[in-house]
Design a protein around this ligand. Structure first.
Ligand code: SAM
Length: 250
C-alpha cells in the first residue's frame, strides 16, 4: 500500500508545475539575501516557512558561516547534496550562490517546488533501506564537495546520515550538520534514550580519535571517521538553538 501511495505521489510530483530557477533573475545577492529571498530559515529575516499563519520573522543566521567556509568553492564546478530540502528554498539559494554547481536534493516528502538544469530532486527517506539502496545505485559514481544535513534533526538520523553520506564526500569536501544540538533542546528529537552521544560530544570524541559506545557507528565506522576527518568547526548563529558544524574531510 505504501509503495502504491508513493508511486502515485511521485507521478503527481513529476507533472506538478515548478518554478524554473534558470529564468529567475536574482543576481548579485549575498548568500544571506538569497536565503531571505527564497525564505529558508538559514537566513536572518524569514517568515516561518512551516506555518503559513505565523507572521513571526526569524532565521538562524547561518549565511556568514557558509560564506566563510565555502568561499574557495563559490565558482568551482562541484556537486552539492542537501539532505532535507522541504520546498527547496535553501537549494534555490545555493543554486544562485554557486553558479557552476549541480545540486542534488533529497527529501522524504514531495514538496519541492523548483526546477533547474542544475537541480536533481530525489525522493528518499534516509530511514528506508529501499530508498537508500536506490540512492546508492543511482548516485554511486557521484562525489559531493559539499553535503548539508538539514533533515529531521533527530539524533539517530543525524548519526546515520554522517555514517552513510560522509563516505560520498570528496577529499577536502565539507559535511555540514545544521541544528546539531536540537536533540539537547527538544526532548522529542532525542530518540536514542541515552544510547548515543549527543552530536557535540560525538564530534569532540571524533576529533580526539576517542572510541565511544554507539549502536549506529560501529568500531570500523568510527575508525573510518577518525582517519578521514581533517577538521571540525562549530558555530552558533543568531539564536541560542542555532548550532552548525562544518566537518572537513582529509
Ligand atoms: C528543516 S526542513 C528542510 C528545510 C530546507 N533545507 C530549507 O532550508 O529550506 C526538513 C526537511 O527534512 C525532511 N526529512 C525529515 N526526515 C527525513 C528523512 N528521514 N529522510 C529524508 N528527509 C527527511 C522533511 O520532510 C523536511 O522537508
Amino acid at each position: 500500500m505504501k509503495e502504491i501511495t508513493k508511486f502515485y505521489k511521485r507521478f503527481v510530483f513529476n507533472f506538478k508545475n515548478k518554478i524554473n530557477l534558470d529564468i529567475e533573475n536574482v543576481n548579485n545577492k549575498s548568500l544571506n539575501e538569497l536565503f531571505n529571498h527564497f525564505g529558508t530559515d538559514k537566513g536572518t529575516e524569514v517568515l516561518n516557512p512551516y506555518s503559513k499563519e505565523s507572521n513571526e520573522i526569524h532565521g538562524h543566521g547561518f549565511a556568514k558561516f557558509y560564506e566563510k567556509e565555502f568561499k574557495h568553492y563559490k565558482n568551482k564546478k562541484l556537486n552539492i547534496l542537501e539532505i532535507g530540502t522541504w520546498e527547496g528554498a535553501s537549494s534555490a539559494a545555493f543554486l544562485n550562490y554557486f553558479p557552476n554547481a549541480t545540486i542534488y536534493c533529497i527529501d522524504k516528502n514531495f514538496r519541492f517546488k523548483f526546477k533547474s538544469k542544475r537541480i536533481t530532486f530525489f525522493n528518499c527517506d534516509i530511514n528506508n533501506k529501499k530508498d537508500m539502496n536506490r540512492f546508492s545505485s543511482k548516485f554511486n559514481n557521484i562525489n559531493f564537495k559539499i553535503i548539508i544535513d538539514d533533515a529531521s534533526h533527530i539524533l539517530s538520523d543525524m548519526i546515520k546520515s554522517l555514517k552513510f553520506f560522509f563516505q560520498q564526500l570528496d577529499s577536502n569536501g565539507i559535511f555540514v550538520i545544521e541544528d546539531f544540538n536540537a536533540p539537547v533542546y527538544f526532548e522529542a528529537l532525542n530518540d536514542t534514550k541515552g544510547k548515543e552521544l549527543f552530536m557535540n560530544n560525538l564530534l569532540k570524541n571524533i576529533m580526539k580519535k576517542k572510541k565511544f559506545k554507539s549502536n549506529i557507528l560501529s568500531n570500523s565506522d568510527q575508525e573510518y571517521l577518525f582517519k578521514n576527518i581533517k577538521d571540525i568547526k562549530i558555530f552558533k548563529g543568531k539564536t541560542n538553538i542555532s548550532d552548525i558544524a562544518f566537518i572537513t574531510k582529509k
